[in-house]
Design a protein around this ligand. Structure first.
Ligand SMILES: C[S@@+](CC[C@H](N)C(=O)[O-])C[C@H]1O[C@@H](n2cnc3c(N)ncnc32)[C@H](O)[C@@H]1O
Length: 364
């Protein structure tokens, strides 16, 4: 059983729980791995805590449908005795499948709401499951904070959950009006409104071009800078209608699609944290351990594909070399040469799976 411990606990409770831990009766201090200590000052701000949710429970209805579960289970073989780091816990769907297989799972998410939801869903698995709040880029720190040296599997199911996307208050979607936020970790960092209201036209154009592959990036950035002089952007609707006044799309997609994708990537530094986590996975995996990454757009998939490609060649060769040399970065074997994609049946059931790609590497 994982007992939530957070700064709002009475000091006496904190001491009692620490004593339990010292006696080895309680393996996990909730939130501790993210840098919080149970004896920290109670004034430390905590939002969306389990205590609040006891009074306002998140409905246990739909949160997120996990993608390619069968394919992931086949790749990771989560049997008893294995320990898996799920870097993108979300609604806990993949983690639940791992736990049902018998594996122990450390479930990480930077979104407190996701952690609260998944912790409740997975409560029945007792100490087979450990929730950790934080960014998966810090996998090394999370594992060492828990006294774990290496794991047998790492799953990264990149991006946002259906719940985050559908909740207008999170500001990820141009379909519903809400605050222009887009932070997965709501306790930290710049919001999308900060980015559109404060960055230069040149910076914005670069973001839209590089992260959204938006061909009209300069025109959109210039229009944003003109409009914000009258009134700063506050809502998703204000931004999507401004973009709609600059871009006309003939393919039926919302003209703001690429700009919203780009802002989300910038706000959450999605490509940088993915690169950091891939690099850290090399030391975090046992030999024979499995790295599985699901991506949803080409920018991310390119990063994963290149990473695995460069680290799966035992030897390197160049025309000017007399003979091939051993690759010092040979770390993975690839059970599948190409990315695995969801079946037509899965896409029909869950259209959000349609652009998903799964790549798998096995640590050598
Ligand atoms: C696509 S959902 C994962 C869904 C999950 N596999 C399931 O079965 O429900 C992605 C989740 O990962 C989280 N996330 C995305 N990037 C993250 C990061 N860099 N560090 C930690 N969590 C992250 C998001 O907050 C979100 O809850």
């Amino acid at each position: 059983m994982i007992i939530p411990i957070e700064p709002w606990l009475e000091t006496s409770d904190q001491h009692r729980l620490l004593a339990l831990r010292e006696r080895g009766e309680w393996p996990q201090l909730y939130g501790e791995a993210a840098g919080w200590h149970p004896l920290a000052a109670p004034s430390q701000p905590v939002t969306g805590s389990l205590r609040q949710n006891l009074h306002h429970p998140i409905p246990m209805d739909f949160y997120h449908e996990p993608i390619m579960v069968d394919e992931i289970l086949k790749a990771m073989a989560p049997v008893s005795g294995k320990q898996i780091f799920d870097g993108t816990l979300g609604g806990g769907g993949h983690t639940e499948a791992f736990l049902q297989g018998g594996a122990h799972v450390i479930g990480c998410d930077q979104d407190q709401e996701a952690l609260d939801h998944a912790s409740r869903r997975l409560d029945v698995f007792d100490d087979q499951f450990l929730p950790v709040k934080g960014n998966f880029a810090q996998i090394t720190e999370h594992l060492s904070g828990l006294g774990v040296e290496k794991v047998d599997g790492i799953l990264l199911d990149i991006g946002v959950s259906s719940h985050q996307l559908d909740d207008a208050e999170r500001g990820f979607s141009f379909r519903a009006n809400g605050p222009l936020d887009m932070r997965m970790n709501q306790e930290d960092g710049e919001t999308a409104a900060d980015v559109v209201n404060m960055r230069s036209a040149e910076d914005l154009a670069d973001i839209f071009f590089h992260y959204g592959e938006e061909r009209k990036s300069r025109a959109v950035a210039a229009a944003i800078v003109r409009r914000r002089q009258e009134k700063p952007f506050e809502t998703t609707e204000e931004l999507s209608s401004l973009v709609g006044s600059v871009i006309r799309r003939k393919d039926g997609k919302n003209p703001a699609t690429r700009v919203f994708q780009a802002l989300r990537i910038e706000v959450n530094q999605e490509l940088k944290v993915l690169e950091a986590a891939l690099a850290a996975s090399v030391d975090a995996l046992e030999k024979g351990g499995v790295l599985a990454v699901i991506t949803f757009h080409s920018l991310e998939d390119r990063i994963v594909k290149r990473f695995l490609h460069e680290r799966s060649r035992a030897f390197l060769d160049r025309p000017e070399w007399p003979e091939p040399k051993e690759n010092p970065d040979y770390h993975f074997s690839l059970p599948h040469r190409k990315a695995i994609q969801p079946t037509a049946e899965e896409v029909a059931r869950n259209p959000r799976a349609r652009s998903a790609k799964l790549r798998v590497g096995v640590r050598v």
